[in-house]
Design a binder for this molecule. Structure first.
Ligand SMILES: C[S@@+](CC[C@H](N)C(=O)[O-])C[C@H]1O[C@@H](n2cnc3c(N)ncnc32)[C@H](O)[C@@H]1O
Length: 290
């Protein structure tokens, strides 16, 4: 196992592994700055504060040791957080924070994904009608009544609620942050579900965010029951913010699932002139061979 990159703040946390890297991230729902990966030098002020602390340690221990300790921790955390933010800006202006797709490591990828999704969070937090048609399409081809559904990269609970309203049984969503009780923080390359445990893996506009499509696809296949269904919708010939992959045709999306692609329930390349997205759309629903 390689280095563990630790994040900073607070509301939710999750662990993930990729190859020899491990990442632990913690995200404040309120703070769009994701502090998962970058290490930084200790600020000189922190150093001198530590010297002062050393000098006065005995006195501090004698009098009100507990509250002094708390204050010390708070002061140090505040200084470090400020310096961290200052560094973020500095690196940003120096162009060091740009994601280079060719050599980005997994932790940089996760940080970018989190940053991207948290920035868009307010825009997309409301229930959205555009997630509905794909679920309707699935319902017209496959009866998922009382079945278990995994929504990968669901962002909020819109998909989950709509699946339930259409009679699905157990529905759970995963994403890199938690916007509701039914959503579990999990990385699509490292699903924590057992083998053959869900009937449908549903990934609408999240597979294109995958760091390693082969690894994510094999995870989808692993958790889905034999004969279960994988649903994937991604943009075609289009790369939006946070999109990590560029798919030009149906085969590009199917290739990572080889040789587990069984009977097709739906297979579509919709040109931008034919849809309302403003770019091409690739839709695939197939049973899994395993
Ligand atoms: C474009 S949004 C799609 C949201 C929703 N499925 C929809 O159709 O509106 C992509 C989501 O995938 C999530 N995501 C990106 N990388 C991920 C990963 N490695 N594991 C799990 N979720 C991821 C992002 O956080 C984001 O919420």
């Amino acid at each position: 196992m390689g280095p563990v990159h630790e994040g900073r703040i607070i509301a939710t946390r999750a662990d993930s592994t990729y190859g020899d890297q491990a990442i632990r991230w913690e995200v404040s729902h309120e703070c769009p700055i994701v502090s998962a990966t970058v290490s930084f030098k200790r600020h000189p002020l922190v150093k001198s504060a530590q010297k002062v602390q050393k000098r006065f340690r005995k006195r501090v221990q004698k009098s009100a040791a507990g509250s002094q300790k708390k204050f010390r921790r708070w002061a140090r955390a505040t200084l470090e957080a400020g310096y961290y933010r200052y560094n973020l800006w500095r690196w940003y202006w120096q162009g060091k924070l740009t994601l280079r797709r060719s050599d980005a490591t997994f932790n940089v990828y996760l940080r970018e994904q989190l940053k991207e999704t948290l920035l868009k969070r307010r825009l997309f937090d409301r229930a959205r009608g555009d997630v509905v048609p794909l679920i309707d399409m699935l319902a017209s081809k496959y009866d998922f009544t009382n079945q278990s559904i995994l929504c990968v990269g669901c962002r909020n609970d819109t998909e989950i609620r709509y699946f339930r309203s259409r009679g699905a049984g157990h529905v759970v969503g995963i994403d890199l942050y938690q916007a509701g009780a039914d959503i579990v923080i999990m990385d699509m390359h490292d699903l924590k579900f057992g083998d053959s445990t869900v009937d449908v893996v549903y990934s609408r506009h999240s597979f294109e965010h995958s760091y390693d499509t082969r690894k994510a696809a094999l995870e989808f296949v692993r958790v889905v029951k034999p004969g279960g269904v994988v649903v994937v919708e991604v943009p075609g010939k289009h790369q939006g913010g946070g999109d990590y992959n560029y798919f030009t045709c149906l085969e590009d999306v199917l290739e990572p699932f080889t040789p587990h692609v069984g009977e097709f329930l739906w297979k579509e390349y919709s040109l931008k002139e034919e849809n309302t997205f403003g770019f091409d759309i690739i839709r695939l629903m197939f049973r899994v061979n395993k």
